[in-house]
Design a protein around this ligand. Sequence first.
Ligand code: AMP
Length: 197
Amino acid sequence: MNIVLFGPPGAGKGTQAKIIQEKRGLPQLSTGDMLRAAIAAGTPLGQKCKAIMDAGNLVSDEIVVGIIAERYDRPDCRKGAVFDGFPRTIPQAEALDRMLAERKRQIDLVLELKVDDAVLIRRAENRVKETLAAGGTPRADDTPETLKNRLAVYYKNTAPLLDYYRRQGKLVTVDGMAPIAEVTRAISAVIDGGARS
Ligand code: AMP
């Protein structure tokens, strides 16, 4: 089964993707994590992406489509995967559909985690505070200004994908403002029930 977890920055996609990975053995494929790993390793790809990511803008479609295709061909994805933070543009979604079709697969379900902007901003502020309190370094793109840009980029480039997947009959929306365990339960019910909006 191939699932896309969809939603604005801080909606809880990563948290829920990890839970699905643990429960169902579908690997979490997070382009954000992969790009941050490339930056931490100092690879040419990481060097190319760092400034773009720090500003909260999108790296090129070619880059993320390339890293996703490479990752998806590893053996642990033979039963499918949970896509987290990918696709983020219409061309990425089209490329993903093509890539899966070439492998006789498809996206089965797109789960939208719906969260109000005010809640997203509060969550980012809390993440920064908690990271600092634990002696860590907050993500460079969690500053209030950058978050504002990430949200603007989400509404401009990524939100149009909702229609793309609605037209394919694959979109299901879940209340992402409920407590984590409740969101998990709602997602599980959708995956097990195969319900579509
Ligand atoms: P995330 O961890 O998903 O919030 O991603 C962090 C940053 O990585 C984003 O703000 C983008 O700069 C970059 N990024 C992650 N995934 C994508 C994607 N699918 N397309 C373009 N840029 C991405």
